[in-house]
Design a protein around this ligand. Structure first.
Ligand SMILES: [Zn+2]
Length: 88
């Protein structure tokens, strides 16, 4: 009872509404997953423009609820190719 395991968040980033909902802590949608964290292109651009931002993150923000979700709880799913398009 004491340990409250929060549900995993499964993201299908081929869907636009998912991409726009789960953003980096600085509000960008153009992040990528790396080995065990998130790398954000938008933050990289800001850093190149002289802002003090780190393009690497270990959490995402759910814009709908403003919840900060640690990377450990996030699962990126990629639809099977045959689900996207039948290719003969
Ligand atoms: Zn960012």
């Amino acid at each position: 009872m004491a340990t409250k395991q929060r549900a995993r968040v499964v993201l299908d980033r081929t869907k636009a509404h998912v991409r726009y909902r789960y953003v980096c802590p600085h509000g960008h949608i153009d992040w990528d997953q790396t080995n065990n964290h998130i790398w954000c292109r938008g933050c990289r651009r800001q850093a190149e423009n002289g802002d003090d931002v780190d393009p690497e993150h270990r959490e995402l923000v759910d814009k709908k609820t403003s919840e900060v979700i640690p990377w450990e709880r996030i699962e990126i799913v990629v639809p099977e190719p045959e689900e996207r398009e039948a290719d003969a």
